[in-house]
Design a binder for this molecule. Structure first.
Ligand SMILES: N[C@@H](CCC(=O)N[C@@H](CS)C(=O)NCC(=O)O)C(=O)O
Length: 207
């Protein structure tokens, strides 16, 4: 059975829990990470030398990086529509996954880790301000994109692009500074909430 290593309240572990729930993949999970078993131990580093969660073990194969794990599970267990094989459609899905993991993870360090959790070194006032401005601009770009299409990131059908972006949107709505109202993003947040797996693992009260 698939084994997931990582605490269930982690932003990146929740992507893996969501895709498993979405596709009905059976799994067992161990609580690693902040507040649980530390990822700096030799035992964990033997599994994932990068020292971050999630990691998964599937039939003896160890994988890391949440978006890669999501794509792997979708390829193994999902219908074509959730992760299209057509090169252009696939690139459209992947570009949003990359955007979420790179662009918004930088801005959310300032806006969320620094501004809300007051975690050093991200709590430097300059960095918080920069993160807040940047995530506001990025979610505005997302709003423009959804306004031109939707209801999901790549059109009519739910795809793996919606998984990392769905985590970002949930965190956006948890932020504690004054933000513009983005109506297409708000509609998208409600659209995702129609999915039980999203409500269970993402829109469940955690930021
Ligand atoms: N790029 C990695 C980032 C993984 C990451 O930052 N994981 C965080 C939790 S969301 C972590 O391991 N934090 C340390 C801890 O919880 O001890 C991914 O997408 O999987």
């Amino acid at each position: 059975m698939l084994k997931i290593l990582g605490r269930a309240n982690s932003f990146n572990v929740r992507k893996v829990l969501w895709i498993c729930d979405e596709l009905g993949i059976a799994f067992e999970r161990e609580d690693w990470g902040r507040g649980y078993m530390p990822t700096s131990t030799a035992e964990f580093l033997r599994i994932n030398p990068i020292g971050l969660i999630p990691a998964v073990i599937d039939d003896g194969v160890v994988l890391r990086e949440s978006n890669s794990i999501v794509r792997y599970l979708a390829t193994r267990h999902g219908p074509d529509a959730i992760y299209p094989k057509d090169p252009v459609q696939r690139a459209h899905v992947e570009q949003w996954m990359d955007w979420a993991n790179y662009e918004t993870s930088i801005s959310l360090r300032g806006a969320f880790l620094g501004g809300m959790l007051h975690e050093p070194p991200w709590n430097n006032p300059w960095f918080i301000e920069q993160g807040r401005n940047q995530i506001t601009r990025e979610v505005g770009q997302l709003d423009d994109h959804l306004d031109r299409g939707g209801p999901y990131m790549c059109g009519e059908t739910f795809t793996v692009a919606d998984i990392p972006v769905g985590l970002v949107v949930n965190r956006w709505f948890s932020l504690d500074f004054e933000r513009p109202h983005y109506s297409a993003v708000a509609a998208y947040y409600d659209k995702l909430a129609e999915r039980p797996a999203y409500r269970r693992h993402v829109r469940n009260g955690l930021p």
